[in-house]
Design a protein around this ligand. Structure first.
Ligand code: FES
Length: 108
């Protein structure tokens, strides 16, 4: 796991309650639980200055709290207007009960 960075305990992430994580060298991140799996995306909406963790998760969709736009949590695809630019997603690893992603510039 030396090329990875630890985000938060898996147990902290509940379906419908995404967790915001702030790490050095990363944009704000959002961690989600969807149907038994953990996913990580950027937290900042691509349409404006809103944190998706303040929005509303419905299964695999996260709706922005500002203008009703939404994203697919798994693929990052924009799903509802006015969001058009996909949200960045990260490759997730689970180890020792924690959520991890790759360090910047060090893909697994
Ligand atoms: Fe997210 Fe506008 S800021 S939909």
């Amino acid at each position: 796991m030396s090329n990875k960075v630890r985000l938060c305990p898996v147990a902290d992430v509940k379906e419908g309650e995404p967790v915001g994580v702030f790490l050095e060298h990363f944009p704000a991140l959002a961690v989600y639980y969807v149907s038994g799996d953990i996913y990580v995306t950027d937290n900042m909406c691509t349409h404006g200055n809103a944190m998706l963790t303040d929005g509303y998760q419905d299964g695999g969709i996260i709706e922005c709290p500002f203008h009703g736009g939404s994203f697919d949590i798994v693929t990052g695809a924009a799903k509802a207007f006015p969001c058009q630019v996909p949200i960045k997603t990260y490759t997730v690893a689970i180890d020792e009960g924690w959520v991890w992603i790759d360090k910047p510039g060090e893909p697994s």
